[in-house]
Design a protein around this ligand. Sequence first.
Ligand code: ARG
Length: 464
Amino acid sequence: MTDSKPAAKPWGGRFTESTDAFVEEFTASIRFDHRLYRQDIAGSIAHARMLAHVGIISADEAGTISAGLEDIQAEIERGEFDWSVALEDIHMNIEARLIERVGETGKKLHTGRSRNDQVATDLRLYLRDEIDALCTVLHRLQTALVDVAEREADTIMPGFTHLQVAMPISFGHHMLAWEAMLARDHERLLDCRKRVNVMPLGAAALAGTSFPIDRAYSAQLLGFDAPAGNSLDAVSDRDFVIEFCAAASLIMMHLSRFSEELILWSSAQFNFIELPDRFCTGSSIMPQKKNPDVPELVRGKSGRVTGHLISLLMLMKGQPLAYNKDNQEDKEPLFDSVDTLAGSLRVFADMVPAIEVNHTAMAAAAQQGFSTATDLADYLVRKGIAFRDAHEIVGRAVRFGIDEGKDLSEMTLEQLQTFSGSIEADVFEVLSLTGSMAARNHAGGTAPAQVTAAIAAARQRLTR
Ligand code: ARG
């Protein structure tokens, strides 16, 4: 970023002294909003075409402006654009360069608009594109989870509550739980997109413009669903940014929980999974270490996005209508939320298909902690015992098992019968891990047949 250009401000007419050097630095946004150059140029080309469409400028002038803007875009993309802090932001940098390149005609571009509707338009175009890109990678991650679920539908793992062994479940079922969370996240992004895709352009500074503009025409050129209905609202509210960051925070929260499981599972204590070496790092001092850095980082990064959500809520609260410079502070949290989320989703989408499952360790862990105790209680209920009594009976059997160091399935029939005369030889099927899992055979349950059905439903949803 250089400052070869003299600070000829577009508002110079009213001012008697030039901007304080530090104030210039302090108020400029070009350092971060240069990222909006494509949207700014697309918005300006659409605005110029609309001005020509309604006869405010000539078709030739619109052509000159559009060609000039396209050249500027190429200049930026070649890394040759000389960004100026004195020109404050992306809008004035590009406009000044346009005037420099095409002369007098360039000065007509800003007719009937303001930086206030311009920046809000740029930001909405930017976020719309980013939401689409995020949905693509989110879809890739969802598909990866369904693929793993399919591969591991019959794999038994202990299901936990309170991080204590609860019941045997299918590892595929567990993967589908993560997919279900991400499916809701996906819907949230798509829903947010509807409210993002509304065009502020034409609101001008705050009240609209005295020129006979055609907002439906510009909206159509830019692919917006409609022009915003109220000019004051259009230039001032950033609720669409907040809403996006709320959706992004939820996704990061889900990835953070998922990360926590991957970290626990890949520890020597659990040993349920192995993360591929290419997603891990070692220690500079302990030669044996293989650290799950990727999930740890994602877990850590989730805090940033939620922090940005809170910053944006605080940024907006207390602002009177209409535009205030406060809103310039919306960009860095939004950009960082988008980048953080995009990176986290991408690395998860790459990593999930490569997770190796340690079937033996998972099944052995499921065998511990009396994970089929509820199955025994249910069995007794089917033999005519009330559930509360059955619970009590099984509790005593578990107590015995703890003292003897034996799982329920490892006790003899005679031993089991000391707790209830209703227990018969058919109990062992019920006490097996596969039997327990297969018994939860209703929609939403962990029986492999249900997991297979859930996979089919997820695949259908993902191909819509
Ligand atoms: N850089 C400003 C922003 O990000 C653009 C709008 C400036 N408008 C103004 N009236 N100063 O919000």
